[in-house]
Design a protein around this ligand. Structure first.
Ligand code: DC
Length: 225
């Protein structure tokens, strides 16, 4: 059976994971959050005292890092690191910084490429990340570049942090988002950029339902589903 691949790329905080998960549920596809895989590598390096910017040290440790994806009954993605469920641990802000640093290393990107492609060979997927449409699945049937202004993304993130009971000042959150944007778009290895054949979806003035509808419309137009 031919699988359908939907690639969603964009900067952090654009709502990729929420929207990609919702689209996958609507379509009955597997949702693959590739950022979680980079976070898992970041977590391993933190736990083992490896400097995430030291390319040689990270490359030497990589063979010991076995990330695995599995799914709970509700279809939620769980991340395993060497057999241990690390789905919560990878969400710590410190791990965002580790993930961003290790994701700039070509050895890490190469190490994770096949795992991502294999998932898309075996299932119809909605896969989100930074280089899905450009590198991981260049032949994806649908490519979407999902973005929103940095201020809107910072506002959304602030609301999320408040709901979690860990509020942070707006200016600090905005600065973190801008720093990560800069790192993710300026790295030499697979920088974040819109694929030529990707559809741009800017959600700055859309709420969740409107964004979800817009995304599903693009998918339907491109695939006839
Ligand atoms: O989407 P996220 O914030 O969970 O991603 C964590 C880090 O991993 C982020 O700094 C960018 C990086 N990443 C990447 O380089 N390529 C991907 N396909 C997904 C994430």
């Amino acid at each position: 059976m031919k699988t359908i691949r939907i690639a969603i790329d964009g900067p952090s905080g654009a709502g990729k994971s929420t929207l990609a998960r919702a689209a996958a549920a609507a379509l009955g596809f597997l949702y693959v959050d590739t950022g979680a895989i980079y976070r898992t590598v970041g977590l391993y390096m933190r736990d083992h005292g490896v400097d995430p910017r030291d390319g040689e040290a990270v490359a030497a440790a990589l063979p010991e890092v076995r990330p695995e994806l599995c799914y709970d009954e509700a279809g939620g993605q769980r991340m395993l690191l060497n057999g241990e469920d690390v789905s919560e641990a990878i969400r710590l802000p410190e791990i965002s910084r580790y993930a961003s640093a290790v994701s700039a290393l070509p050895a890490v990107r190469a190490y994770l490429l096949e795992l991502q492609r294999e998932l898309a060979r075996r299932n119809s997927v909605v896969m989100d990340g930074r280089d899905i449409g450009t590198v991981v699945l260049p032949d994806a049937e649908v490519k979407i570049f999902l973005t929103a202004s940095a201020r809107v993304r910072a506002e959304r993130r602030c609301r999320e942090l408040e709901e979690r009971g860990t509020p942070q000042p707006f200016e600090e959150v905005l600065r973190e988002i801008e720093d990560r944007d800069f790192q993710d778009t300026h790295r030499a290895a697979a920088p974040l950029r819109q694929a030529e054949d990707a559809v741009l979806l800017d959600t700055s003035v859309l709420d969740f339902q409107e964004s979800r509808e817009a995304l599903l419309r693009i998918v339907r137009e491109r695939t006839g589903l």
